[in-house]
Design a binder for this molecule. Structure first.
Ligand SMILES: *Cc1c(COP(=O)(O)O)cnc(C)c1O
Length: 333
């Protein structure tokens, strides 16, 4: 029995077309800048998102860290969501490895940071304080899509205060597909953007950081320092390029599946948050561990979280979603 894995969109396996692209990739040593496929991926994404340069890295965690470290010096500060990946889920890397102080701000229900709160958190130029240098947003944020008008307002705020603006766009393309706009409509508001190829896009490994030539130059030096300089990495970059060229539009199917799942669970009486992209959040409270075991017996993998996150992706079909709905109906009884 094939497992239906709803824990994350990181669990996808390379499709046959992607594996072929990986096999056929032209390779070289990327630390020497000589891997044609890595170079093609970097140029492709930089051009598509409207940046001068880009850098292929092993993980989104490294990509975000390089972005933060390229913008901020030791003793600088970035303003970030209390629940954001770049603050909460990256092992404290900005502080540990970058000597950058985070200034967390509570995330609003719609996934945004309240701009008045952000403005109040910006420190005056005074030697008592860390220097506020950067604001970091996440889109999608726990499945929620930030409105374009909000991004514009965030850009204006950061410009007014001389801050840079970074986007953790691990799921940038989910946001773009949901809004029905080219991804560049989102990224044009930012100084740097990190994109994960290994989430819903379906590549096995890899993220890309985009920014100015100067910023990416700094990030390239830091990537080497952190041990992220890979050699014949084109075999992985080929998967990323394939994902960007063939597996973006299909994110709409994941969104439709998530919407169907969310609506069905609400109908069954579950407490479901509104669905905007490929994530369905369900309040389970004390029944979380019980549900996990119940689902495992039926070949469905979920985490045991009281606020359960169900994630759709390219290895979860519409049929699988119907099976999941039936299992939730049985659990409810
Ligand atoms: C997955 C993810 C990342 C990067 O994670 P890695 O596992 O290091 O690739 C960054 N931000 C968000 C929002 C993510 O979901």
């Amino acid at each position: 029995m094939a497992i239906i894995d709803l824990r994350s969109d990181t669990v996808t396996l390379p499709t046959p077309g992607m594996r072929e692209a990986m096999l056929a990739a032209e390779l070289g040593d990327d630390v020497y800048g000589e891997d044609p496929t890595v170079n093609r991926l970097e140029q492709y994404l930089a051009a598509e998102l409207g940046f001068a340069a880009a850098l292929f890295v092993p993980t989104g965690t490294m990509s975000n860290l390089l972005g933060l470290m390229a913008h901020c010096e030791r003793g600088d500060e970035y303003i970030v969501g209390q629940q954001a990946h770049t603050y909460k889920y990256e092992g404290g890397g900005a502080a540990v490895l970058g000597s950058i102080q985070p200034q967390p701000v509570e995330v609003e229900a719609d996934g945004s940071l309240d701009l008045a709160r952000v403005e109040a958190a910006i420190k005056p130029d005074d030697f008592h304080f860390a220097r506020t240098r950067l604001m970091a947003l996440e889109n999608t944020m726990q499945g929620k899509v930030l409105p374009l008008a909000y991004l514009q307002a965030a850009r204006e705020l950061t410009q007014r205060h001389g801050l840079a603006l970074h986007l953790d766009g691990a799921r940038l393309y989910n946001a773009a597909v949901r809004l029905g706009v080219p991804a560049r409509q989102i990224t044009r508001h930012f100084d740097s953007v990190s994109v994960c190829l290994s989430k819903g896009l379906g590549a096995p490994v890899g993220s890309v950081l985009c920014g100015s030539g100067e910023l990416i130059g700094k990030a390239r030096r830091l990537r080497k320092m952190l041990g992220g300089g890979m050699r014949q990495a084109g075999v992985l970059a080929a998967a990323g390029l394939y994902a960007l060229q063939h597996q973006v539009a299909r994110l709409a199917e994941d969104h439709a599946n998530a919407e169907r799942l969310g609506a069905a669970l609400a109908e069954l009486g579950y407490d479901v948050e509104p669905v905007q992209s490929n994530m369905v959040y369900v309040q389970l409270g004390e029944r979380a561990a019980e549900l996990k075991a119940f689902m495992a017996e039926r070949g469905i993998a979920v985490t045991a979280a009281p606020r359960l996150r169900l994630v759709t992706h390219l290895d979860v079909s519409g049929e699988a979603i119907e099976q999941v709905i039936q299992a939730f109906a049985a659990f409810r009884r």
